[in-house]
Design a protein around this ligand. Structure first.
Ligand code: ZN
Length: 369
């Protein structure tokens, strides 16, 4: 019996999971990617930040270079990335979609079993969040990667990682859990993911309501702790409610704009202006649902549109790498974006803001001393 269980666990870990990972985090064209020496030189001197990748979810050893998925530490180095925000996914409804999802199914137990995480994580979003935070902390202990916990950590040499919770349902409706998550290292939190929760409605929820009373009470607490609020996936009502209360800049970590790609979760021009007024930043994603044309050209078009409507100080990169998306390149392809931005007429100073300067400004304003 024990032997059979071991066999099943091995098949899941070394057969099913890598296959699923490869299928669900596909790259249209594998590197190496072309960019001129001049572009690479410029790209490598800039502070490059990506606001969202779900790479922790898959149980991949991120210290090693993989031929599947879109992000690992060797590839972040090759891509000239200085700061990677690691999204922590804790619950995804079965057959989730952009339009309307209930919260009564959960597609992740098998993934947590297959990746040999502790049984505590198999059915608990909170345990899943804390387990991924521990994995990130361990990664930062054993590799040239620093975990960003305070403002000063943004100036560490080498790659920096920041932990972000994708959906505050993981708090289980408990106010005290906020402090627990802060202690675990989380410095960014998305209010909702695919479904409405105790804190806020989701753009893909059933009722899509605004901030709940609990949600309202948590906004100032998050700001006081130095946790950046992420409005990606938030319902329109929750988006407005939050900006009405926020006294610090927010992010929309990964998404697109209706101006180049109409869609449920993409931002309207008015929402872009609201983020600009708040002083925040919008991370443009690289997948079809965000930019419609999932190519360097399509991503740059969304960036330029956002610059036009929100202004150059409010645009950044938000790949959603390893977030169950297919992307035109993996993270080693980022110099291609820089090369394309250089042909748009934006100045080097402007490009530097898009590549990471704006993200650094917002995080500096929010992180604790
Ligand atoms: Zn997401």
């Amino acid at each position: 019996m024990f032997g059979l269980i071991l066999l099943v666990l091995c098949v899941l870990r070394f057969g099913v999971l890598p296959h699923y990972d490869r299928q669900h985090n596909a790259v249209f064209v594998r590197g190496p990617y072309a960019a001129s020496d001049r572009t690479r030189l410029l790209h490598n001197t800039e502070f490059v930040a990506d606001l969202h990748a779900d790479s922790l979810l898959w149980g991949r050893d991120l210290r090693k270079r993989h031929s599947k998925g879109q992000v690992d530490l060797p590839r972040l180095i090759d891509g000239g990335v200085d700061l990677q925000v690691f999204g922590v996914v804790t619950k995804v409804p079965r057959q989730s979609n952009y339009i309307s999802n209930r919260d009564d199914t959960d597609s992740l137990p098998l993934l947590f079993i297959a990746s040999w995480r502790s049984p505590a994580t198999w059915f608990s979003p909170k345990a899943r969040a804390l387990a991924q935070a521990r994995e990130m902390t361990r990664l930062a202990e054993n590799f040239p990667l620093s975990l960003v916990l305070n403002r000063g950590d943004l100036s560490f040499e080498g790659i920096k990682g920041l932990l972000a919770l994708e959906g505050m349902h993981a708090l289980g409706g408990e106010v005290e859990a906020l402090n627990e998550f802060y202690s675990a290292g989380f410095r960014m939190m998305g209010l909702a993911h695919h479904f409405d929760n105790e804190i806020a409605g989701s753009a893909h929820g059933v009722d899509k309501y605004g901030l709940t009373e609990l949600g309202r009470s948590l906004i100032p607490r998050m700001e006081a702790l130095g946790i950046t609020i992420d409005l990606a996936h938030a319902s329109t009502a929750a988006f407005e409610d939050t900006l009405g209360l926020a006294t610090k800049p927010v992010v929309v970590s990964h998404g697109g704009v209706k101006g180049t790609c109409p869609g449920q979760r993409n931002l309207s021009d008015n929402q872009l202006r609201s983020i600009a007024k708040n002083g925040g930043v919008i991370g443009i994603g690289y997948w079809k649902g965000a930019v419609c044309d999932a190519s360097v050209k399509g991503i740059v078009a969304a960036i330029l549109y956002t610059v036009e409507v929100a202004g150059i100080d409010h645009v950044g990169l938000g790949s959603d790498f390893d977030g169950n998306i297919a992307s035109p390149f993996d993270t080693t392809g980022l110099p291609m974006l820089t090369e394309a931005l250089l042909t748009t007429g934006l100045s080097i100073e402007d490009i530097s803001k898009v590549l990471g300067g704006n993200v650094r400004r917002v995080l500096s304003a929010n992180l604790p001393e």
